[in-house]
Design a protein around this ligand. Structure first.
Ligand SMILES: [Fe+2]
Length: 386
């Protein structure tokens, strides 16, 4: 973009980051004026002991804690409705959400719906008018979705086969409370999917038509951290430096894309996630290489810079060669960590593609993609990923 053009960058969420930070959670709740906490998480984190640990940190400081852990992967609107009901029945005044994107998106959505009438679907879209929700402390335990800093929550209604984003200032966490030590036990498979989701946030924002200087800087740093540390985080999950790099990268990538939106991978991920029930990180991992190959010639300079960020020595390359080396470097990372590669493995068939492409075209991520794309282009990309 032309740097003299107007751009806008707002980050409504305060970020706190540090190893061991979770032990100071009670002070943060006090700072936000909360007394009666709704702790939102999922059953996996109950089993892993994380929910008990967080609850005990709060109860040790005499906070009244009610726990809501009925959060499914790819969270359901039903859970938001039930959580908001519980929140109001129990007179809660603050939400502490702990977990991956599903728990954090649910926690932010409960905070909104505790203060707004109707159904969460009524607020689908960007900045649909609403009242400010309850304060939210978002504690990520994966390094990928960036929900703790994102202005969006993604909600599913499996019975209707739909998935939608609810976005805007009232869908942000008050504080992103990032403690890398909480992510060390994340299984390798989830480290792969969430890590590549974070990379795709940084990359799609970086090459798209709406990017801007502050987002670009955040994307570059995020991609540098992921290039350096995702392999280690996958294969040596106890490495706290790698986990710290990945959590920082994920949070920075979410800040980068807040004002820019994303690209074709995220446009197609919504209907594929809704219809084929593919976990978000997996569908993104499958689509990203072919989306980059589709886009590379529309933004050679940016893809050439990605090559440099990924450590490729491009000094003897033409711009075109360097750009394609950027695509190859990202594809190599995806291959090295054993990410899923096939939509067909999740039951997607050739006969599904036209409808999936038509629904993808509704996404706001289409118009910012660096290369103009038609529904037929999307069918071609998905066909290569079958
Ligand atoms: Fe994503």
């Amino acid at each position: 973009m032309n740097y003299h053009q107007h751009f806008s960058f707002e980050l409504p969420t305060r970020i706190e980051f540090g190893i061991g930070l979770v032990d100071t959670l009670a002070e943060e709740v006090t700072r936000l004026g909360g007394k009666r906490v709704l702790l939102v998480s999922d059953r996996g984190l109950v089993a892993a002991g994380v929910v008990g640990r967080v609850a005990s940190i709060l109860t040790a400081s005499n906070f009244d804690v009610v726990t809501f852990t009925d959060v499914e992967p790819e969270p359901e609107a039903e859970g938001v409705t039930a959580g908001a009901q519980l929140c109001n029945d129990e007179g809660r005044d603050i939400i502490v959400a702990v977990g991956g994107g599903s728990a954090l998106d649910t926690g932010k959505s409960i905070a909104l719906m505790a203060k707004n009438a109707g159904h969460i679907r009524d607020y689908a879209g960007l900045e649909v008018p609403s009242s400010q929700g309850l304060p939210v402390i978002a504690i990520p335990t994966t390094a990928g979705t960036g929900s703790e800093c994102a202005v969006w929550s993604v909600i599913s209604e499996k019975a209707l086969n739909i998935k939608y984003g609810v976005g805007g200032r009232n869908m942000t966490a008050t504080v992103a409370f990032c403690d890398p030590s909480l992510s060390v036990s994340l299984p390798a498979r989830l480290t792969v999917g969430t890590g590549l989701d974070a990379l795709t946030h940084a990359l799609e924002s970086y090459v798209n038509k709406a990017t801007q200087p502050i987002s670009e800087a955040l994307s570059e740093k995020s991609m540098e951290l992921i290039s350096r540390s995702l392999r280690t985080a996958v294969f040596n999950g106890a490495d706290l430096q790698a986990r710290s790099d990945m959590l920082l990268a994920s949070t920075m990538a979410a800040c980068a894309f807040a004002p820019t939106r994303l690209g074709l991978a995220h446009a197609m991920a919504m209907p594929l996630g809704a219809k084929a029930k593919i976990p978000h990180g997996d569908v993104i991992s499958i689509l990203l290489p072919e989306v980059m190959r589709f886009n590379v010639n529309a933004n050679l300079e940016k893809f050439a810079r990605i090559a440099a960020i990924f450590g490729v020595d491009t000094r003897s390359f033409t711009l075109r060669e360097a750009a394609h080396a950027g695509v190859d470097a990202v594809a190599q990372l995806i291959s090295d960590i054993g990410a899923p590669t096939s939509l067909a493995a999740y039951g997607v068939q050739e006969s599904d593609l036209e409808q999936l492409a038509a629904e993808s075209m509704e996404s706001g991520n289409i118009v910012v993609n660096p290369r103009p794309a038609t529904a037929a282009d999307l069918v071609n990309i998905m066909r290569k990923c079958l």
